[in-house]
Design a protein around this ligand. Structure first.
Ligand code: ADP
Ligand code: MG
Length: 495
């Protein structure tokens, strides 16, 4: 799961243990799953009843981000099968969408034209015979709109039963996608429901609930599976099944078993169900696997890993002598200089590290909030809503928000700890790195990422990341120099 634990495994490193610098994140968290699994005792309740509407974002409160470039999704390679011709759509009008959906796109979403991934993938999704699609495109390039429009277009408004299901790795992403769907589909009358775990105190057990009538269901795999086994989520009318962050949904250390089970159960009952798999990353192992999971006659869109980095987000690294200097860098060099620029997400490896950093920043008089998977569900929702409403500026997070989280005002990302594999601390988690970077620079906006490095292991992990993505991460020469950090923010186009 997203929460990474690293403790006794220090022994695999190059130096003897005694010489290794001690990091806060080297202290293991107690084991608690990041996302409650299907077997968790907390009972479910639909997001509708809990008022996902109340979590909707007040646009007026958002600060305007003034650094917009065109999103970079220029290097997508398409592989289509059969002889179905697809023409890329330069305008939303080219897609045969209903008046209601066009109104949703122009009036509610305020979009002007499709992004590249939308222009290419939407004709593939919407043209009969509705082939399966594996679609890779850059972070922040507008993938949500591809599958949300896909689901909204294919639902028959007269059939009052679930016809589209979208599965996401975290509750935050499920809620976010549901909000986009409701906004974009506002004029269609199509009904939707969130299938996410809820705290037991204010939820009705699924066994006592009426069957789900909503036409589109968006949720996390554990809850979807549970609703299906309880026979409350009927899938006989489901004609489109979407996996957001699909590589993680089908990875061995992600949600592979649940995802496959749901897919097979739907395909058994619903004769032709279109499967859409979206992500910014598909490593070779997952890619080979997903190619086998979809139907033989499918379409593909892929991007080379060397071309995945966001041009508009500048990456930096800075070496610090000890843990406490990291805190000073965060506060004095980055947050204070970046204060009026936009919002910041600080990624840490463990819940324990998150809590220590939170305390230290608060002691230094800095206001921050922290989200970790072990918080109560409603508490998580509140922290995310406050951040999305712009009421908080700095959010400390474990990898629970590394993927998919879309907040256009975020232009600084700090990797307080570098992302590494759970079981191999000298091995970077490349995909998580790319997704963390992608929390800044949404839809071509400008941003900067600061990697705080401490000791030989961090240096090695950083070098591996640079080689893997063929990027040069610029070094900030002196962690104590305000001038160096100002220079970095200036070169990222933020000052
Ligand atoms: P990702 O590809 O990472 O899933 P999202 O779907 O979250 O990206 O979109 C990133 C941001 O870009 C969102 O804030 C979304 O509203 C915005 N966006 C998406 N499509 C368009 C478009 N055609 N025009 C303008 N903004 C768009
Ligand atoms: Mg996304």
């Amino acid at each position: 799961m997203a929460e990474t634990v690293e403790n006794a495994t220090v022994k695999v490193e190059s130096k003897p243990v005694a010489e290794q610098p001690k990091r806060w994140a080297d202290e293991a968290d107690e084991e608690t799953p990041e996302e409650p699994s299907a077997s968790s005792t907390s009972e479910d309740k639909g997001a509708e009843e809990l008022g996902v509407e109340n979590l909707a974002i007040d646009e007026e409160k958002k600060k305007i981000n003034k650094f917009l470039d065109e999103p970079e999704d220029s290097n997508i390679k398409a592989v289509t099968t059969g002889d179905t011709p697809y023409t890329s759509a330069s305008r939303f009008e080219d897609l045969n969408l209903s008046e209601e959906l066009l109104k949703g796109l122009y009036v509610e979403m305020k979009f002007h034209k499709p992004s590249k991934i939308q222009a290419i993938s939407l004709p593939m999704i919407l043209t009969p015979p509705y082939k399966d699609l594996i679609a890779q495109a850059h972070n922040g390039s507008g993938k949500t709109t591809c599958f949300v429009l896909g689901m909204l277009s294919r639902v028959d408004p007269n059939v009052k039963a679930p016809q589209a299901i979208c599965i996401c790795p975290t509750r935050e992403l499920a809620i976010q996608n549901l909000e986009v769907l409701r906004k974009m589909g506002k004029h269609t009358g199509i009904t939707s429901e969130g299938a996410i775990p809820m705290d037991s105190t204010n939820s009705i057990p699924i066994s006592k609930r009426a069957p789900i009538m909503a036409q589109i269901v968006i949720g996390t795999p554990g809850t979807i599976k549970k609703w299906m086994s309880a026979k409350k989520l009927g899938v006989s009318s489901v004609k489109i099944l979407v996996f957001d962050e699909a590589d993680h949904m089908l990875a061995e250390d992600g949600f592979k078993d649940d995802s496959l089970r749901i897919m097979k159960d739907i395909e058994r009952i619903s004769s032709h169900c279109q499967v859409l798999l979206f992500s910014a990353t598909f490593n070779e192992i997952v890619k080979n696997f997903v190619l086998r999971v979809v139907k033989r006659d499918h379409n593909q869109l892929f991007v080379k890993k060397e071309e995945l980095k966001l041009e508009s987000v500048k990456q930096f690294k800075v070496y610090v002598p000890e843990e406490l200097s990291k805190v000073l860098v965060v506060k004095e060099r980055i947050l204070e200089l970046g204060e009026n620029l936009g919002q910041t997400i600080i990624f840490v490896r463990t819940r324990n590290g998150a809590s220590l950093l939170h305390k230290s920043l608060v002691e230094l008089g800095y206001e921050v909030t922290t989200i970790v998977g072990s918080l109560r569900q409603e508490e998580r929702d509140k922290i995310v809503k406050e951040f999305k409403d712009g009421l908080t500026q700095v959010l400390i997070s474990t990898d629970v928000l590394a993927r998919g989280f879309d907040q256009q005002q975020v232009n600084l990302v700090i990797n307080y700890d570098l992302p590494i594999k759970h079981d191999r601390p000298s091995e970077p988690d490349y995909e998580v790195y790319l997704h963390r970077v992608g929390r800044a620079g949404r839809f071509g906006r400008k941003g900067a990422v600061f990697n705080l490095l401490f000791g030989d292991r961090d240096q090695m992990v950083m070098e591996k990341i640079e080689t893997h993505f063929s990027v040069t991460v610029e070094e900030i020469p002196d962690w104590k120099s305000e001038k160096d950090f100002k220079g970095a923010l200036r070169s990222a186009g933020l000052l």
